[in-house]
Design a protein around this ligand. Structure first.
Ligand SMILES: C[S@@+](CC[C@H](N)C(=O)[O-])C[C@H]1O[C@@H](n2cnc3c(N)ncnc32)[C@H](O)[C@@H]1O
Length: 326
């Protein structure tokens, strides 16, 4: 495998991750990865440039990743996989392939994984798709989220939701100030104690619906502090601007850097190792570098690897020195 570049914290390789996990690379990192964070090629119906498989072939391929990934994980490590929906070719019918693939992945006997939690990553500015049924026939609504599955070999992988607290809502802030609210039984049968909401814990606990852009500009977008700072920086702007300048077409399926940093913060500590086997433009490595985690990334495509260099040249990464090896 060709090492393309490295920094103090990470390394980016060009190669086939599956072949390499089965070989010397897999041996080197066995049991050492705290977080595998990746968006694999999606089960799309139209073949994209980066080699998507389809139907049963996809499911089989996806399930085979499961024991390979499990072997790399530290005993309390986590796997985060982001996958979008797929549709039946030529029909306004959603495919079940992503769900079947998840069942096959998590059900693999050799891997002993479990689904810790499913997250929905909602993108309000997603272009209308599937276009035929949404914009022409107007018989479906916009498919606007991806699934994010969190899996582990343990029921209790390393995780700490106090690291990803979001700012309190305005009404909660008022309540904390006034120290008064209606306690008692709610219509949902929940009993709210007289003091349950009176202590200030520094923020509210995140939900498993992740929204990284405001739908309503008047409404506060309540992301954790660190994620908010990612949202406010020019990370994507820098990457897109630099791609434009170099006349490079940016990777068509980039992961949201807020999503990557959310899970890195939540599931790892400083210096833990984060691995992305389908790294593309290296969003995962970029976010890991910013959050002081070690990282390893692999992608099979020369073209995407080339643009992955741009990410780590972002001036936001003030202390990062990129050493090009190829
Ligand atoms: C959905 S994209 C990932 C995009 C990435 N998360 C980003 O933010 O740019 C999937 C990537 O998997 C890569 N890929 C497909 N098969 C691969 C393999 N066997 N080994 C390594 N990379 C592979 C493709 O080149 C593509 O860049």
């Amino acid at each position: 495998m060709n090492k393309l570049y490295k920094t103090k914290l990470g390394e980016y390789y060009i190669g086939d991750s599956i072949k390499n996990i089965k070989g010397a690379f897999g041996k080197k990192f066995k049991g050492k990865v705290q977080l595998i964070l990746t968006s694999p090629p999606f089960p799309l119906n139209s073949k994209k440039k980066y080699g998507n498989k389809q139907g049963e072939e996809y499911k089989k391929w996806f399930a085979e990743l499961s024991p390979l990934f499990a072997d790399l994980l530290a005993p309390n490590g986590s796997i985060i996989i982001e996958l979008g929906n797929a549709w039946e070719p030529g029909r306004p019918v959603q495919s079940l392939l992503h769900l079947e693939s998840l069942l096959a992945f998590v059900g693999s006997k050799d891997a002993d994984l479990r689904l810790c939690q499913e997250f929905i990553c909602y993108n309000p500015s997603r272009l209308p798709s599937p276009a035929q049924w949404v914009t022409v026939n107007r018989i479906r609504t916009v498919d606007s989220y991806t699934h994010v599955w969190w899996m582990s070999k343990s029921d209790f992988p390393k995780a700490d939701n106090t690291k990803i607290l979001r700012p309190y809502s305005q009404s909660m802030k008022r309540l904390l100030k006034k120290k008064k609210y209606n306690s008692g039984k709610r219509p949902s049968e929940h009993v709210i104690g007289e003091k349950s909401f009176l202590s200030d814990n520094g923020g509210s606990i995140m939900h498993n619906l992740l929204e990284f852009e405001q739908i309503d500009p008047e409404r506060d977008l309540r992301l954790p502090q660190n994620i908010m700072s990612f949202a406010n920086t020019s990370s994507n702007d820098y990457f897109l601007k630099a791609c434009r300048q170099k006349e490079i077409k940016p990777h068509p399926a980039r992961m949201s850097s807020q999503l990557a940093s959310f899970f890195i913060e939540f599931l790892t500590d400083k210096n833990d190792l984060v691995f992305d086997p389908f790294a593309g433009s290296n969003t995962t490595g970029y976010c890991a570098e910013r959050l002081n985690r070690k990282w390893v990334s692999i992608d099979i495509s020369d073209e995407y690897s080339e643009q992955a260099k741009i990410r780590l040249q972002d001036p936001e990464l003030k202390t990062t020195k990129l050493k090009l090896l190829n």
